[in-house]
Design a protein around this ligand. Sequence first.
Ligand code: NAP
Length: 236
Amino acid sequence: MEMDGARILVAGATGVIGGALAQECAQRGAAVAVAGRDPDRLAERSRALGDCPARGLEAYDLDRCLALAPWAAEQLGGLDAVIVAIGVVAFGPADQVSEEISEHLFAVNALAPMAVLRGALPLLARPGAIAAVTGVLVDRPQPGMAAYGASKAALSSWLTAVRTEQRRHGVAVVDARLPHLDTGFADRAVAGTPPGMPSPARLDEAVRGVADAVAAGAALVVPDGRGGVTVESRAH
Ligand SMILES: NC(=O)c1ccc[n+]([C@@H]2O[C@H](COP(=O)([O-])OP(=O)(O)OC[C@H]3O[C@@H](n4cnc5c(N)ncnc54)[C@H](OP(=O)(O)O)[C@@H]3O)[C@@H](O)[C@H]2O)c1
């Protein structure tokens, strides 16, 4: 997919990674529409991107999540790609994480991204792409993050199945299994306190990796073990 001139929706553009992804896509010449929960940050992101189309997004409103891509397609005159970067984390041993917190993690990290991406499938231009930020935990589950890891694994599993379904329809499915990044995400945990985190990978490289993967119609973005990421065309 040619990024220059592409029409791209970024859901979760109010976050650090989502905001950087929206900016990266715009810098590569894409027309961007942004969605996010915090109204002030959403307005600021839109302003920073030349007053691009912006829409509020709450993960629990799955009907609105499903309707997001059709809205973006209308605003941008079509849609080539959707990138989802919403998420929350909670920490603590599994026997101390409440049902309410587990449900919250699955709502924000799995059900809402699935609804946003599902809403895009029937209307994406071809070749098109959908992408979501999952996490390195999909491949390496960690103690103290069982429910968070499980919610990301659920989304990753959905992406893997949809990749096969969509191959013949010309839609690429990108699973960005990013490593730990210094965005303050862990400090915004909805429960528990973060364990000692590994040294963060480079945010700008991770963001460029996701944008490269969307442009190339690749399958995975994974840590390269040297503080950056690598884009892989085949899933494992
Ligand atoms: N940072 C890391 O180390 C890391 C590593 C791997 C993967 N990830 C994943 O990357 C994604 C973005 O993380 P980040 O580091 O950029 O953190 P962030 O700045 O806290 O971004 C989180 C995003 O999720 C949105 N969000 C949270 N709860 C929501 C809800 N109920 N409804 C709608 N939107 C909601 C936030 O919206 P508002 O800001 O508008 O409330 C924000 O846009 C997450 O999915 C995270 O799991 C992060």
